[in-house]
Each structure stands twice: as C-alpha cells, then as structure tokens.
Ligand binder design. Structure first.
Ligand code: HEM
Ligand SMILES: *[C@@H]1O[C@H](CO)[C@@H](O)[C@H](O)[C@H]1NC(C)=O
Ligand SMILES: *[C@@H]1O[C@H](CO)[C@@H](O)[C@H](O)[C@H]1NC(C)=O
Ligand SMILES: *[C@@H]1O[C@H](CO)[C@@H](O)[C@H](O)[C@H]1NC(C)=O
Ligand SMILES: *[C@@H]1O[C@H](CO)[C@@H](O)[C@H](O)[C@H]1NC(C)=O
Ligand SMILES: *[C@@H]1O[C@H](CO)[C@@H](O)[C@H](O)[C@H]1NC(C)=O
Ligand SMILES: *[C@@H]1O[C@H](CO)[C@@H](O)[C@H](O)[C@H]1NC(C)=O
Ligand SMILES: *[C@@H]1O[C@H](CO)[C@@H](O)[C@H](O)[C@H]1NC(C)=O
Ligand SMILES: *[C@@H]1O[C@H](CO)[C@@H](O)[C@H](O)[C@H]1NC(C)=O
Ligand SMILES: *[C@@H]1O[C@H](CO)[C@@H](O)[C@H](O)[C@H]1NC(C)=O
Ligand SMILES: *[C@@H]1O[C@H](CO)[C@@H](O)[C@H](O)[C@H]1NC(C)=O
Ligand SMILES: *[C@@H]1O[C@H](CO)[C@@H](O)[C@H](O)[C@H]1NC(C)=O
Length: 528
C-alpha cells in the first residue's frame, strides 16, 4: 500500500495492487492515476513534455539533456543498504551544491513545477521528464510508473564527480543499485545527450569551445554515437580525451572492463543501436524507479481505453446537475455513448436506470508520448444530466454503441460501477468564479442539510515559480458562510478566495460530526 505523506487528505485514497508488469488499471476515482495520465498523455496537460519535444535546444545544450542529468543527480542519493533516497525530488534542496553545478538544474525544476497536486508530487514529474527527454530525442519509450513521494530535506552528497577515481565510482553506482557493467552502460546512455559547460567546469573544458560547451558526442539526439566515437578514436568527450587526466572519468569507466561493454566486435555491446536502446531503456527505467524502500510504485501507466474524467455534481435550480466526461481513445468508429445512473435513496429511475445521451463529443489532442504509443487523439463524450434532487444519485455507468452492427457494451468501472461517494459536500462551479476585484478565484461549495455548526476548510497545493526551494507547498484556509448565495435546493453555500498560485484544492467539511472530503482539481475549477 502506498500512502501520500503530504497535503491534507481527509479520507483514504485509492490503493494500488502491484501486479507483475501488467499495465495499471484505472478504477475510478483514482486521483493519482487520473492526474498522471493527464500529464503523460493529454496534450493540454502535458506542457512539461512539450518543452523537450524534438530534442529542443536550450542553453547551448538540450532541455532533454538537462532533465536527464537532473533525474540522475536526484537518484544518486539512493543508498541500497539503508533503502533511503533515490528519485524523491530531494534535488530541490541540493541543486546549489557544487556537485550539482549548472543552471540546467534550477531551470529544469521550474519546468517541472505545475502538474503537482494533493496526490502527485515533484518526484513523479522529474521521472516523467526523464521519460520525455529520452523519447523526445528519438530514444526508446521508457515505461512510467507513478507514486513517488517527495523528500522534505536534502539527501547525502553522493553524486559522482569526474575527478574521483574508478573505485569511488564503482562504489557510488553499487550504492545506487548498479553493478560495474551497468555503470558503464548507464553513463554511456546518459552522456548520449548534452555535454560539459566551460563555465561550470573550467578545469575540464580547458580550451575555448563553440558556445562554451563540449558535447559528449557529435550528434544531438539520443543514440550510440558516443560509443562509436569513443571506439574509433574520434571522440571529443572531455571526460575521455580532456587535457586534464584526473577528470577523464568516462574513459576510466568505459574502459574498466577492457572495453567489453562498449566494443563493436561484441554483437551484444552498446555499439549495436538496438542493444544500446534496449539496455538504456532498461537502465534508465531502473534509474527512475530507484526510490526509497518505503515507496511502492504503481504498475506502468499506459493510456486508458476508457477514462471517466472531470465529474462535477452540484445543485442547479431545482435539480442536481451532474457533469461527466467519458474519454475514449480515438478510433474511426462513430460511437454513441449513453450514461445511466441510479438514485441514492427512494425510487425515481426506471429499473434499467435513468439515462442521458452525450450532449457533445469533442476531440482532445494527445501528447507526443501518447502519439509514440499509437494514440492519435481522444474523443471526449460529455454529459450534462439533470438528476432528481430528492432521490439524488448513487452510481453511474455507460453503454457504448459502436454503430457497426456489433452489440453495445457496458463501461462500468470493471464491474464495480462508478460510485458517487457522497452528495453532502459539493463544489459549485456556477456559484464559483473569478473575483473581478482581486482577480482571485472565489470558490463556492454547497453543504446539504447543513447545521450551523458546520465547518468547511480547504487546503491548496501552491505552485510558486519563485519559491526558493522549487517544490509545491500547501496553504490551508477556511470557508465562511456565503452571504451572496442564499441556501437553495437543500444546500447551504460556503465561500473562500483561492490563491492565484493554487490550482488544485482538497475541501473538507465536518457536518454533524461526520467528515466529508472533496477533491477539486484544476479541471473542475476552470471548467476545462
Ligand atoms: C561517474 C558518473 C558521472 C560523472 C562523473 C558525470 C559527470 C558529468 C559532468 C561533469 C557533466 C557536465 C555538466 C555541466 O557542464 O553542467 C555531465 C553532464 C551530463 N550528465 Fe553526467 N556524469 C556521470 C553519470 C551520468 C549518468 C549516470 C547520467 C544519466 C543516466 C548522466 C547524464 C548526464 C547528462 C544528460 C549530461 C548533460 C547535461 C547538459 O548538457 O546540460 N551522467 N556529467
Ligand atoms: C549507505 O548507508 C550505510 C549505512 O548507514 C553507510 O555505511 C554507507 O556509507 C552508505 N553508503 C553511501 C554510498 O553513502
Ligand atoms: C551486472 O548485472 C548484469 C545483469 O544482472 C549481468 O549480466 C552482469 O554480468 C553483471 N556485471 C557484473 C560486473 O557483475
Ligand atoms: C567514428 O564513428 C562516428 C559515429 O559512428 C562516425 O560518424 C565516424 O565516421 C567514425 N569515424 C571513423 C574515422 O571511423
Ligand atoms: C585537473 O582537475 C583537478 C580536479 O578538478 C584539479 O584539482 C587540477 O588542478 C586540474 N589540473 C589542471 C592542470 O588544471
Ligand atoms: C579502450 O578503448 C579506448 C578508446 O578506444 C582505448 O583508448 C583504450 O586503450 C581501450 N582499452 C582497452 C583495455 O582496450
Ligand atoms: C453517427 O451515428 C449517429 C447515430 O447513429 C448518426 O446520427 C450520425 O449521422 C453518424 N455520423 C456519422 C458521421 O456517420
Ligand atoms: C447543461 O444543461 C443545463 C440545463 O439543462 C443548461 O442550462 C446548460 O447550459 C447545459 N450546459 C452545457 C455545457 O451544455
Ligand atoms: C452496478 O449497478 C447496477 C445497476 O444499478 C446494479 O445492478 C449492480 O448490482 C451494480 N454492481 C455493483 C458491483 O455494485
Ligand atoms: C471580491 O473580493 C473582495 C475583496 O476581498 C471582497 O470584498 C468581495 O466580497 C469579493 N467578491 C466576491 C463576489 O466574492
Ligand atoms: C445534521 O443534523 C440535523 C439535525 O439532526 C439534520 O436535520 C441534518 O439532516 C443533518 N445533516 C447531515 C448532512 O447529516
Ligand atoms: C494544514 O493543515 C494540516 C491538517 O490540519 C496540517 O497538518 C498542516 O500542517 C497545515 N499546513 C499548513 C501549511 O498550515
């Protein structure tokens, strides 16, 4: 079982069972998988990956090179003996150390600030960055697992440095979980991208080089040119041929097994492009999955065939409005989708359930990572149902008709139905809105049959690009009775301004001694 250690989460979140190598199953509601899937595969939410697409240049190297180096330096704090450290975003407390020199570190962390919320931390986004870095530069597509937990302090200063000897490097990689062969390969994989900047390492890059950076290989993309140039004597990698012999760490590492792992006579060596890609995919996957022993990662997250997304239930002039979207991977089928639901109390719906057709089907772009997995785009089947106020709603499901002569089929959360946990505490998108005086979002929530003792509090994940420690933080706040929205439809309304730096919030209410919680993600709050 995996537990998030930060943020205010009033009720237990979903539990992920690790099944060997099968893709993660999305059992709604699962805010962690829901958010990670958006960040990985939805174009509109994959802004992070967009920066590294096509191996985009930055600071005379590439965004991808900066991201991959950052991911390794974060991982390098792992100690396999104690099971501590690893990819845990501790780099946010460490990037000012000399072993982490380079402006790419802070820049990358700032690139990664944004998708975090009450369920997803920085560490998962650093790992997503590494996956996108390698794929964006034409390398292999590395499977991604989620659920990393962010550190709250710096780890040990255990990043290997070029002036250290081979034995120290062997010991460092061993502590990080890699043997000597794997060390050779992982360094070659990492140093496929980018290079050494003179401003950061003036004692290594001793001669003037174009743009102040000596690249490890003559090609920009993720490939094994670094291996070939090392073997055929044309390499300009300063960690191999630099004038300062002390800092030729790549040479010491690459030749540490008599060049067996690198050399071309060996068909299974890194000199074969296919082997290079396969070995690098495996090792970089292991690198990003190097986490403290207390963390359990999810199964690999592949684009979900069917995803219930962005549901909102709220009182709307005499009934309950229920907005929901069923996202389906685009196909050429002309599908029609019907939503069904059953009442929460009493009888209202027919035996087969109440139903509503989709009111619109829109297309949503897929990220470049999704494109690489064969997903062109998504179809969003959206519903806008009016639910009987008195009997409310307990669960819903969908019937999908491919309109090709085949029998319609049911999408019901793998047989469990999509269950609405509660209708006591609801986010009201119509009563919420932008405060034109403060330009802050005013959030309004409704509480059903609220006694005067009701207390409503919130907790937002704050994303501040200017934070000294580039990590998300948490802000607690209290709702007050909303004077401008009198009680209606059995609900009493409470309001609070939401910080401009907050994109996701967890709302908690205690009503008659019972605690209710409601997650209001960015998508609900903005109606995206
Ligand atoms: C003994 C181990 C290692 C040493 C001594 C080492 C050393 C270095 C040095 C000195 C730089 C130049 C940084 C700068 O100029 O700002 C660099 C860059 C880089 N390293 Fe390593 N490295 C090692 C292992 C790795 C590993 C295992 C990876 C990833 C799998 C990696 C990925 C990178 C990348 C992508 C860059 C380019 C960064 C850029 O262009 O901005 N390194 N490394
Ligand atoms: C890992 O932890 C053990 C036990 O605390 C310690 O002896 C060892 O030096 C650590 N290794 C590294 C590389 O820091
Ligand atoms: C490292 O581990 C790999 C995979 O388990 C193995 O094939 C290789 O021989 C090992 N190398 C050393 C030096 O132990
Ligand atoms: C060395 O390898 C690189 C990369 O494969 C290649 O472009 C170059 O032509 C080779 N040079 C020689 C002298 O073999
Ligand atoms: C070579 O690098 C080492 C380690 O950074 C440094 O101590 C030494 O002064 C350098 N030598 C020269 C000649 O620059
Ligand atoms: C390994 O290859 C490098 C680069 O070609 C060469 O300088 C070195 O002598 C080789 N080492 C061994 C042990 O073959
Ligand atoms: C898709 O199916 C619906 C319902 O069967 C039909 O009304 C519509 O014309 C079809 N659209 C296309 C493009 O075939
Ligand atoms: C949803 O339905 C309500 C009432 O039935 C209507 O007022 C509202 O405009 C609809 N919203 C959308 C997005 O279609
Ligand atoms: C799912 O909903 C249907 C329709 O209300 C019901 O018949 C079925 O028992 C429900 N299944 C579960 C597992 O709750
Ligand atoms: C907007 O903010 C101002 C200043 O805090 C406040 O007085 C006003 O009531 C707010 N308006 C709404 C609609 O919440
Ligand atoms: C809270 O208690 C009052 C008084 O017993 C009751 O009328 C109301 O329905 C309760 N509300 C909830 C949400 O339980
Ligand atoms: C927010 O509230 C939670 C739960 O009461 C608490 O653990 C946390 O420290 C608070 N955070 C801040 C920043 O006040």
């Amino acid at each position: 079982m995996r537990r998030r250690s930060w943020g205010l989460i009033c009720l237990a979140s979903a539990v992920h069972l690790a099944l060997a190598d099968s893709a993660a199953v999305f059992n709604w509601p699962d805010p962690l998988l829901d958010s990670l899937d958006d960040t990985l595969y939805r174009q509109a939410f994959a802004l992070v990956s967009l920066l590294a697409t096509d191996c985009a240049p930055r600071d005379d190297t590439t965004v991808a090179a900066q991201w991959l180096r950052l991911a390794y330096h974060d991982t390098a704090t792992h100690n396999s003996t104690t099971g501590t450290g690893g990819l845990d975003a501790s780099i946010a407390f460490e990037f000012t150390r000399s072993q982490d020199v380079g402006l790419g570190m802070l820049e990358s962390l700032q690139d990664f600030l944004g998708p975090q919320n009450e369920y997803v931390g920085m560490a998962d986004i650093i790992a997503i960055g590494a996956v996108n870095a390698v794929a964006g530069c034409g390398g292999p597509v590395i499977p991604f697992r989620g659920g990393r937990i962010d550190a709250t302090e710096a780890g040990p200063a255990t990043v290997p440095e070029p002036q250290q000897d081979l034995d120290s490097h062997i010991a460092s990689f061993k502590a990080q979980g890699f043997n000597e062969t794997e060390m050779i390969a992982l360094v070659a994989c990492g140093h496929s991208l980018g290079g050494v900047r003179q401003v950061d390492f003036p004692l290594i890059v001793t001669e003037d080089v174009p743009n102040g950076i000596q690249t490890f290989a003559s090609t920009v993309g993720f490939d094994n040119t670094i291996v070939h140039e090392y073997l055929n004597g044309t390499t300009e990698n300063v960690l191999v041929v630099g004038s300062n012999i002390t800092t030729r760490s790549d040479l010491r590492i690459f030749s540490s097994d008599g060049n067996a792992t690198m050399q071309s006579e060996n068909l299974h060596s890194l000199a074969s492009p296919d082997t290079f890609n396969q070995v690098c995919a495996d090792l970089i996957e292991r690198m990003i999955n190097t986490v403290p022993s207390t963390v359990t990662l999810t199964d690999p997250i592949e684009p979900f065939d069917f995803k219930v997304w962005n549901t909102i239930l709220f009182p709307r002039s005499g009934s309950l409005a229920f907005l929901a979207t069923l996202r389906i991977i685009h196909s050429d089928l002309n599908r029609t989708v019907t939503m069904f639901w059953k009442e929460r109390t009493g009888t209202f719906c027919p035996e087969a359930g109440c139903s509503a057709p989709a009111f619109q089907v829109t297309s949503a772009g897929a990220s470049s990572l999704a494109n690489l997995k064969g997903v062109e785009s998504f179809d969003l089947h959206s519903f806008n149902a009016s639910i009987d106020l008195a009997t409310s709603i307990s669960h819903f499901w969908f019937e999908v008709d491919d309109n090709d002569g085949s029998a319609p089929f049911i999408v019901d959360n793998h047989g469990a139905n999509f269950t609405i946990e509660q209708d006591v505490l609801l986010f009201d998108p119509q009563r919420s809105g932008l405060n034109l005086t403060t330009f802050e979002f005013t959030m309004v929530v409704g509480v059903k049959d609220a006694p005067t003792s009701t207390s409503v509090t919130g907790s937002s994940t704050i994303i501040d690009d200017n934070a000294v420690i580039p990590l998300p933080s948490t802000l607690n706040f209290t709702f007050t009775l909303d004077e401008s929205h009198p009680p209606a439809d059995g609900y009493t309304f409470y309001t609070s301004p939401i910080s401009r730096l907050a994109f996701h919030s967890m709302i908690c209410a205690t009503v008659n001694g019972t605690a209710y919680s409601l997650w209001v993600p960015f998508t609900s709050a903005t109606g995206l």
